[in-house]
Write a protein that binds this ligand. Structure first.
Ligand SMILES: Cc1cc2nc3c(=O)[nH]c(=O)nc-3n(C[C@H](O)[C@H](O)[C@H](O)COP(=O)(O)OP(=O)(O)OC[C@H]3O[C@@H](n4cnc5c(N)ncnc54)[C@H](O)[C@@H]3O)c2cc1C
Length: 357
């Protein structure tokens, strides 16, 4: 039985106002494109709000998004100049250990983190790296997109994509209304797989949870991003410390608080005079990570349907926003995205019949 609902005509619809959808919406609006950003909740209500938000250009050739990551610092710096109040902090990052594969004596051998209990004999300081407040950045990107003419619809879950009988994807179904669209960009984080499968496009996103522990200490305990095989940590000017932890099956408030307490003790042991560190919260964040760990960005095999899902998504958001907007507003495919096309997952789902609205 077909149900007739009102149609509104839009041009490009971006699903998701996390940091990636917000960046795409901003970059499209800044190029004068007609764009509508739709989110089930508020900006940054998905993985983005739990992010450590490290902007790092040096993931290594075997790390995810090689070739895109090295563009991230310059793209975030550009955005910082275009949009006041984005909340970028170019603190620099001190890293050591096997996981970071960046050993090499600190050059020059200065005491960059004076309160570290044990300064490693071999480490690397990367002065050009930094972090953002990911919620504030997403909100500012959405505001800036709106200022440049984008339509923003929050609290509007997309139930499914609409596929025409002849053409490809022709709109998105909000339940009470259908937004007809020439292009639909799915940037819905972990919600992207279900939306794509509603038109037969496979986007494998196995569960990839992580725990974000928030602590507080007197400001000035940690000066930079500090990362090694045991922990990653950074401190905001208001004293808040973020420490992401691996997920170990935490399924209750008690188990999350236990993880938070372990992180607190680790921090106290790792820094001098850190006895006042308090646990604020510990929450699970669900990272949108494809089955091969690489971003999925660009056109799908269905005309009109594009995808933008990536990890590490905060780091890559400024670059992905720029490249996706370039591809939609010019006839040129971005060579930087060639390795990351979502079509590499094709053939894993059967296409459903065209849907009647
Ligand atoms: C603990 C932790 C630490 C991390 N550390 C880093 C880091 O240091 N650096 C880094 O770069 N990345 C990091 N990440 C990963 C990063 O947070 C994510 O890659 C990034 O936030 C993904 O952004 P997104 O916009 O794609 O998705 P999300 O932030 O999840 O946004 C998706 C949006 O889509 C909306 N949505 C979903 N389904 C629908 C629907 N059907 N209809 C309408 N709206 C919908 C949601 O409401 C949400 O707002 C970390 C993640 C975690 C959890």
């Amino acid at each position: 039985m077909s149900i007739m609902r009102p149609w509104e005509m839009h041009d490009t619809v971006v699903i998701g106002a996390g940091v990636i959808g917000a960046s795409i919406g901003y970059h499209l609006a800044a190029r004068g494109a007609a764009v509508t950003v739709v989110d089930a909740g508020l900006p940054a209500s998905g993985a983005t709000r739990h992010s450590f938000a490290w902007i790092s250009s040096t993931g290594g050739a075997d790390g995810p998004a090689f070739g895109l990551r090295d563009l991230s610092v310059q793209d975030w710096r550009r955005l910082g100049e275009e949009i006041p109040g984005l909340g970028l902090v170019w603190s620099g990052a001190l890293t050591w250990g096997e996981e970071f594969g960046r050993a090499g004596a600190i050059e020059p051998p200065i005491d960059v983190e004076p309160r570290l209990a044990d300064l490693p004999s071999s480490a690397r300081f990367s002065p050009d790296e930094g972090w953002i407040d990911p919620v504030r950045a997403s909100e500012r990107l959405i505001e800036a997109a709106r200022h440049r003419g984008a339509q923003i619809r929050l609290g509007a879950p997309v139930l499914r994509l609409i596929r025409g009988e002849v053409a490809g994807v022709i709109g998105v179904d909000l339940g009470n209304v259908v937004l007809g669209a020439t292009n639909v960009i799915v940037a819905a984080g972990t919600g992207s797989a279900a939306l794509c499968s509603s038109v037969g496009v496979s986007l494998p996103l196995p569960a990839a949870p992580a725990v974000m522990v928030r602590l507080w200490a007197e400001p000035g305990l940690i000066g930079h991003i500090v990362a090694n095989d045991e922990f990653e940590a950074r401190q905001s000017p208001d004293g808040t410390i973020l420490m992401p932890r691996g997920y170990a099956g935490e399924d209750s408030t008690e188990s999350l608080l236990a993880t938070g307490e372990t992180a607190r003790r680790l921090l106290i042991d790792s820094f001098e005079g850190a006895d006042d560190v308090r646990l604020l919260s510990a929450e699970v964040g669900w990272r949108p990570m494809t089955s091969d760990g690489e971003p999925a960005v660009g056109a799908t095999r269905i005309p009109g349907l594009h995808v933008a899902v990536a990890h590490p998504g905060v780091c890559l958001a400024a670059t992905i926003g720029r490249l996706v907007a370039d591809e939609l507003t010019t006839p040129v495919a971005a060579p930087e995205l060639a390795r990351f096309r979502p079509t590499r997952f094709d053939g894993r789902l059967r296409a459903p019949q065209a849907s009647t609205v």
